[in-house]
Each structure stands twice: as structure tokens, then as C-alpha cells.
Design a protein. Structure first.
Length: 505
């Protein structure tokens, strides 16, 4: 079930009873899970984080916006954080199984409904924006509620995407968008007397002023302290530790040292792990070294299909083609196992019962091996990456680096070769299932054989590309030749299976 995260920001952080009613309105929508509610009295703002299926996420956000409209009056609202509405901003973020385009569609559907049913002006921003000058939330929010009251009527550039061209007297306007995961991260610079420094630091680090890309920053006074308030809108490109180091460097140049920092709302685990890895300078670290990661994987019998798909679709280099080939091979083995299971124990197939029981047992064992190869392939890439990062000087270090790279590339070629070998056997078992198994499931056996062939060919690609990267390609010549032989044999087995399918159709 595709999931999205939604993080609506409401202009109320001082009245717990109001926050509770907004939270309860969101939670009342079916299949919604509230993950976090964070209120800040100085900002007079609350951030609600919830997760919901694509089908109900917009309904939940709408329920929160409608409740905020009835309870919050922007005419009397005061707070340190910029805002244009009772519900100030509503971003949708893709999670497992969902895409950014899903979130864009949600934002636009919600915006149309809010404008039509609640008469609140709506501005689409970030990935959902309909024009370039509205991609940046800061541009949408410029002038805030007070300035927008006049500009929305008089300035064509400030006309909303949905709703009336008249700001709602109490609820203001709302920005609705789609974006990658955002981390709200604040760094404190001591007493309020350092506010001018906080503003200088914020200007230096934010992307719009020539600082860090994907960082939005303001200098604020919060609870008698100077704060650099940041939104990290893409932690893949600008990670948490880089933002903190930039703030510290700029502040120290002005004679101030950060006193502490805080998160508002939730943060992906990997962002904190990456910051820790950077801080203690770990070399060759992988997520598999995290105890809880291994426990979760074991408890859930490996990653979910949507989780694996999302990981492949991410900008990270792993899991890549080798892992996908092994995963596809696992599906081929599982289908073969299913066909065998639909055959054994049935009197009409008694003549092949023993053979199909053997197919059932072996395909199950091969599926387990291929599942393990999904992870092993990603690990082999990590070893190659670590080898390339070894020092190039002095000469002895350079020689050690060359040897480490060669060994890592050979290891990265051997893993997909093992995948190809297993996929050949899966294709052969699928051919047996297609020719001797339950004819009602012959098409499933055909699909299994085709998947095994595709997985074998994909694994062979990964063998060959790692061999080609060797300084001395003769080292892996035998591996590449074996990979090609396996592809040919697998294609032959798949042809037997597909011929059996065609005979039954």
C-alpha cells in the first residue's frame, strides 16, 4: 500500500486544547497514523506529522485545515515564525511505494478542494508549483498574512492557484506542495544579544544568499536566545552535519560558538547515522553494521516489496542492478515453487509427484540463496567504493589501494556470477514445472522462466562491468566468459518453458 507523509504547519503553539482538536480531526480519518506533534510557544506554531495511504492523505489534511479555520484567527496571531495562514503550509512527502508525482497530484487535488469548499486562497509550491516563481516557499510566504491581504487583490503575481482572490479574514491563505523529506533543524547561538549575528549566519548559510544549496535559514529570537532556524530540504545533497558545520564556522568567525541544537518534528534515521559516521570519521561503514537495522530486517524477513522498490528508486547507488537481478531471480524461484506446490499430492499428477516434490524443495532453497544475494551484491559495491577512497599517496599507499580495488572488483564480479548460476538452475526447474507440472499453472511457470532469464542476463551485465573496470582485465576474463555461458544456457531453458506455455494456450 503506497504511503505518503504529510507535515502540516499550523499557526498555533500556545493553546494545547486547540492543537489537540486539530490533531484529533486529522487522526479521525481512516488509516491515518499520527507520528508526531511538536508545538513551539515562541514561534506560536505546531507541526503535525502523519502518515497515510495515498487514498486518504488529502482527506486527513483537509480535516486539519478545516478545523484550524474554525479555531485560529490570524488577525490576533503573533509569533516569531513567518506565516500566511491558520494552516500555513501543507507538504506531501513520498514514502514506501509512493512517487513524487503521487504527491503532486495530492497537493493539487487538496488545493482545489480547499479553495472551493473553504474559500481559502491556495498557493502551490515546490514540486507541485505551477510556475517557477512559486517553487520556493519563502517567495510564496513573502509579506506574510498582513502583506498578502492587499497584494492578493492588486498584484497579478500574487493571485492564488485556487480559491478566491481575497484573503480569508481569519484563516488567511495556505501553501500546499510536494517535496522530498525536509528536516527542520535549529542551532542556538547564545543570548538574544547575539540576534544580529544569528541573522548574519543565517544569510551566509542559506542557499538563496549564496550559501548551502537546499538550505533555508532565518535568524530569530526564541525564548530569549538567538536562533538560526533552518529547513534542510534535501539531506541527500546537503546533509545535517554539513549544515551544522557551516553554522558553527560562520558563527565562530563572528566570535560566537553554538550552544546547542534541536530538531522540530521527525528525521530519517539515516540522516542521524550519516552525521555520526562523519563526526567520528568511520571508514567503510554500512547500514548493516547498525544492530537495530539487522533486527528489523530479520524480524520482517527482509525488506518489503515497496521498501525495496523505493530504495532502488532513490538517488543512492545501492541497491542497484545486481541486487535487482537477484530479487527478480527470487520471484522466479517463488513462482516455480508455486507451480510445483499446485502439482504435488494430486492423484492426476502421481506419475510426476516425486520429481515435482524435488522441484518444490530445490526452488525454495534457491529463493533463499537469491534473497541473500540481494544484500551481498549491495555490500560488494560498498567494498569497491571503500577501496577507491583509500589514500593515493605515498607510493606504498597507492599500491595498496590498487590491490584493494582489484580484489574488491573481483569480489563484486563473483557475487552476480553466483546469482547467474542460481538463475540458470531456476530456469531449468521452471522448464520442468512448465512441461510436467499442473497445466492450469503453466503460464506461471513460463513467467518464472522468463524472469530467471532476465535475472541471469542482468547479473551477467554486472559481472562484465566489474571485470571491465579492472586495470588488468585478464584477471576476470574467466568470470566474464562463464557469465556469457550461463546466459546462453538460461535462454535455452526459458525457451523450453515458453514452448510449453504456447502449446497450452
Amino acid at each position: 500500500m503506497p504511503l505518503v507523509e504529510c507535515v502540516p504547519n499550523f499557526s498555533e503553539g500556545q493553546r494545547p486544547e486547540v492543537v489537540r482538536q486539530i490533531r484529533d480531526a486529522i487522526a479521525a480519518v481512516p488509516q491515518v497514523t499520527i507520528l508526531d506533534v511538536s508545538s513551539d510557544t515562541s514561534h506560536n506554531r505546531t507541526v503535525v506529522t502523519f502518515v497515510a495511504p495515498v487514498a486518504t492523505a488529502a482527506d486527513a489534511a483537509f480535516a486539519g485545515i478545516r478545523m484550524a479555520q474554525s479555531l485560529i484567527d490570524l488577525q490576533s496571531h503573533r509569533g516569531a515564525h513567518p506565516r500566511i495562514g491558520a494552516t500555513d503550509v501543507v507538504p506531501f512527502v513520498p514514502l514506501e511505494g509512493a512517487t513524487m508525482q503521487d504527491c503532486v497530484a495530492l497537493a493539487r487535488a487538496l488545493g482545489e478542494r480547499v479553495g472551493r469548499e473553504l474559500s481559502i486562497p491556495v498557493y502551490l509550491y515546490e514540486r507541485a508549483a505551477t510556475r517557477p516563481d512559486r517553487e520556493n516557499l519563502a517567495d510564496v510566504r513573502r509579506g506574510e498574512y498582513e502583506g498578502l491581504r492587499e497584494l492578493i487583490r492588486t498584484d497579478p503575481k500574487r493571485a492564488p492557484d485556487f480559491g478566491p482572490r481575497e484573503i480569508h479574514p481569519t484563516a488567511g491563505a495556505v501553501a500546499i506542495g510536494a517535496r522530498p523529506f525536509l528536516v527542520a533543524f535549529n542551532v542556538y547561538l547564545g543570548p538574544a544579544s547575539n540576534l544580529a549575528i544569528a541573522k548574519q549566519v543565517a544569510k551566509a548559510v542559506r542557499g538563496s544568499s549564496g550559501g548551502l544549496r537546499y538550505v533555508k535559514a532565518l535568524g530569530l529570537e526564541v525564548d530569549g536566545q538567538a536562533q538560526v532556524s533552518m529547513n534542510l530540504v534535501d539531506t541527500e545533497q546537503t546533509p545535517l552535519h554539513r549544515a551544522f558545520e557551516a553554522v558553527r564556522t560562520e558563527a565562530q568567525a563572528l566570535g560566537v560558538t553554538p550552544t546547542w541544537s534541536e530538531l522540530v518534528g521527525l528525521i530519517p534515521e539515516r540522516v542521524l547515522v550519516d552525521a555520526g559516521v562523519r563526526h567520528v570519521q568511520l571508514r567503510g561503514f554500512t547500514q548493516d553494521q547498525v544492530l537495530e537495522h539487522q533486527i528489523r530486517s530479520a524480524a520482517s524477513a527482509g525488506p518489503s516489496l515497496t521498501g525495496f522498490t523505493a530504495a532502488v528508486a532513490s538517488a543512492a547507488p545501492t541497491p542497484g542492478g545486481g541486487s535487482v537481478a537477484a530479487y527478480v531471480g527470487t520471484l522466479a524461484a517463488a513462482l516455480t515453487q508455486m507451480v510445483a506446490g499446485l502439482t504435488v499430492g494430486k492423484p492426476k499428477f502421481a506419475a510426476v509427484d516425486a520429481e515435482m516434490r524435488a522441484v518444490l524443495g530445490e526452488s525454495s532453497a534457491l529463493a533463499a540463496k537469491l534473497s541473500d544475494l540481494v544484500t551481498r551484491d549491495a555490500d560488494s559495491y560498498a567494498a569497491v567504493s571503500a577501496a577507491y577512497k583509500m589514500p593515493k599517496e605515498p607510493d606504498a599507499a597507492a599500491a595498496a589501494r590498487r590491490e584493494a580495488i582489484a580484489q574488491a572488483l573481483m569480489g563484486a564480479a563473483r557475487v552476480p556470477l553466483e546469482t547467474a548460476q542460481i538463475c540458470l538452475r531456476v530456469a531449468q526447474l521452471a522448464a520442468t514445472a512448465a512441461t510436467q507440472g499442473n497445466p492450469n499453472a503453466v503460464s506461471d511457470a513460463g513467467v518464472a522462466a522468463l524472469l530467471a532469464e532476465a535475472a541471469c542476463r542482468g547479473a551477467a551485465y554486472n559481472v562484465r562491468i566489474n571485470v571491465a573496470a579492472l586495470t588488468d582485465p585478464t584477471m576476470g576474463h574467466g568470470l566474464a566468459e562463464e557469465a556469457e555461458r550461463l546466459v546462453g544456457a538460461t535462454t535455452h531453458a526459458a525457451a523450453i518453458a515458453t514452448e510449453a506455455v504456447e502449446r497450452h494456450l
